[in-house]
Design a protein around this ligand. Sequence first.
Ligand code: C2E
Ligand code: CA
Ligand code: CA
Length: 505
Amino acid sequence: MIGKRQERIAGIAERLRAGQWPQSLALVGAAGLATHWFGLAALILAVPLAFLALALSDRRQTPPLTDEAARSAPMQQAIAESLGAARQGGARTACLLLQIDDFDRLTDRHGLATADRVILQSLERLARALRPADQLFDLGSGRLGVLLAPMPGLTLGPLLALAERLRVALTDPIPFDAATLHISTSLGLCLDAQAPARTAPALYDACLAALHEAQHHGPSAIRAYGRGMAAPTPLPRALAEEVTTALQDGRLITWFQPQICTDTGQITGFEALARWQHPTAGLIAPAEFLPLLAASGRMEVLGDAMLGNALRALQTWDHLGLDIPRVGLNLSPEELRNPTLPEKFAWELDRCDLAADRLVIEVLESVVATSADDVITRNIAALARMGCPIDLDDYGTGHASIATIRRFAVQRLKIDRSYVTAIDRDPDQQRMVGAILSMADRLGLATLAEGVETAGEHAMLAQLGCAHVQGFGIARPMPLEATPDWIAAHRAKLGPMPRIARAKG
Ligand code: C2E
Ligand code: CA
Ligand code: CA
């Protein structure tokens, strides 16, 4: 498979070098000279086409994603030259990195030939939007680099406008067999003057950090480098493979953390949280392995396992007569982009003979707030219509508008831990949570505060009128087997527990 791909890429590069590429691609470099490109064209085209050829021939040796230094080496060399030229001429240069969103999934779904076609089309469109002296690089795995030729007085405003033009240029549908493909692109950029140092690695890494940030807010986000943005640490390849195997072998397990009503102390549900039971390192938290799964496109596989475990937990509690109303499930953007997600959930609920209102869908506020994605909107609306309650997770960190909260049929705000910490001692925290609670009350939304660690925080939240709490102060996440004992002990304590008066609203 890889051999064939290399042959084909080498072939494309050869045809480019030999000038056998169709006219449409030859027009690429003409950049505005399309009407009289004969004669002039050969000269003007030489620059960008040479870079396209270079870029494509480089794909044969594209190192794995983990080896950022190797795959970016040709681009970094060009950056070094451009920085030198810019310094001499008193001009500025800038770098942009574009990542076609979900490129691995596109390759899996449509094959390498289509993926190559997408890259070629994208390079063509980018070249059309750039000046002939600008340089383009295919960095592999759906990532493209743009290095602007030095320009006097280049500032962030025009650079952002160019970035938007490049992003839009890649949104036009790409013809594909009888159908069309729609791609979106995340884009990170950095002006030479804004990089932490005027060196090629510093400018490239700054751009990469900006791209990483854009991808976090993606799809289709653009971010300029800012201080404090860190380049992603390269994925330890062995660990990425190990977590995939662990997922297949069922060593990714589900723990449960209780949520209780501040008024009555009754258990209102449990949140399902993923854990990796590592043979030597012990229990590993999701922050360590979710990025590995996301990078290898395995979030949906994890999601399927978590859904199965969450439903099985409800069945277990029902079977034991424990009267646990609901379980909450975290849904990643990758899962939410699957157009068949609602059918899968409906089918699984039906198969387990469970009502939809017992499965709470937790969606991050940041995902909802930045989602221009129709599929995500449709999926959440469809799950809500089915009867699944929607929790807006990490509320207060993602800038979701009231209109968005309405559009996504959110039923409960999960107030982020950052607002909860020290709320019993910090009047600012109290004011902020108070404001969230009164807004929620007016909008008819329920509220849950997460990360409640102390009795003082718990009491203050209850007094302010927050209806539900979850956190280490109530219980840490635990395996399913431990839940019946915890439930029994909690209920035994409930009787003598003092009731805390709630503020109105
Ligand atoms: P989250 O959804 O905000 O989950 C709550 C996290 O806060 C959990 O961390 C939980 O263990 C932790 N936590 C709970 N109470 C307290 C407390 O009182 N103090 C402190 N300091 N932390 C508390 P965990 O299990 O490490 O999960 C981290 C994040 O990973 C979750 O944040 C969620 O976004 C994500 N995650 C976990 N499981 C899954 C999953 O199955 N699918 C997806 N897509 N994401 C998951
Ligand atoms: Ca959550
Ligand atoms: Ca949360």
